[in-house]
Write a protein that binds this ligand. Sequence first.
Ligand SMILES: Nc1ncnc2c1ncn2[C@@H]1O[C@H](COP(=O)(O)OP(=O)(O)OP(=O)(O)O)[C@@H](O)[C@H]1O
Length: 284
Amino acid sequence: MIEFKNVSASYDGELAVLNDVSFTVNDGDFVAFVGTNGAGKSTTMRLANGLLKPTAGEVLVDGVPTTALKTSELARRIGFLFQNPDRQICCNTVREELLFGFKALGEEGPAAEARVDAIIERFGFDATAEPYLLNRGTRQLLALASIIVLAPPTIILDEPTTGLDFRECVKVMEVVRELNEGGTTVVMVCHDMEVVGDFARRVIAMTAGRVVADGATFDVLRDGRVLKEAHILPPQVTEVSLMLGREEGCPRAVAAANTVPQMVQALAAARGVEATTVEVEAIG
Ligand SMILES: Nc1ncnc2c1ncn2[C@@H]1O[C@H](COP(=O)(O)OP(=O)(O)OP(=O)(O)O)[C@@H](O)[C@H]1O
């Protein structure tokens, strides 16, 4: 669990870049932080993993203030994926890279080797490959794998899909979804509202160092005030649904649709025809 209690923060000790921010991320949550550039999302992530200390208020991880936790203790509780995998990758082979975290924590040994072997198999990595020669998507997967091999209960992802093509993005996010389904708490910063809509169950929107909304994903992404204040656009289907919803006599299901299958089914029902599962899956 991560708790922010009236947290303010500054990089230079003078200018506050975060102002009185409070929220709680519960175990098992899948939360996306959204908002325009400079809103304070990455700063919030740095505070959550102890890279930055608050100038006011408290950041607690599992009930303990980050100021009282050693870096190694925080690293065991929270895995952090940087936006650029190349900031994370430092070894000569994929296998060494995956073992690096265990070495840093002084936890080398047969158990660590077995976990690395399992993750190499799960991701289909070439253990001897040189990380810097891998393509961008595979480097991002390797950076993610090098965190999850340590099995932290929480992972923080700073813009995990930036710079990835659609297929790479889906691959990375499916891994993240699977982790969350297995109980890992996921916190991510994300500019891509399609990804947010597809994967996050909760959204925290920020503007100018403040939280302007915190709620279920589509409650936040359908709220006109929040969209305006946080300078975000909803996923395209939600936007269409919001537009159609303003038309007189629009069926309620159309006005509430957030996914392609929901929209297809709502439109088919409105026309009195049946949308078969096959059609829905093909379009979705
Ligand atoms: N290392 C730093 N030193 C000084 N100021 C910083 C530093 N990093 C961020 N800032 C400032 O803090 C404020 C919040 O930045 P932050 O990176 O947290 O926003 P963000 O919402 O993550 O933006 P983006 O989406 O562009 O990454 C901005 O005014 C930014 O200029």
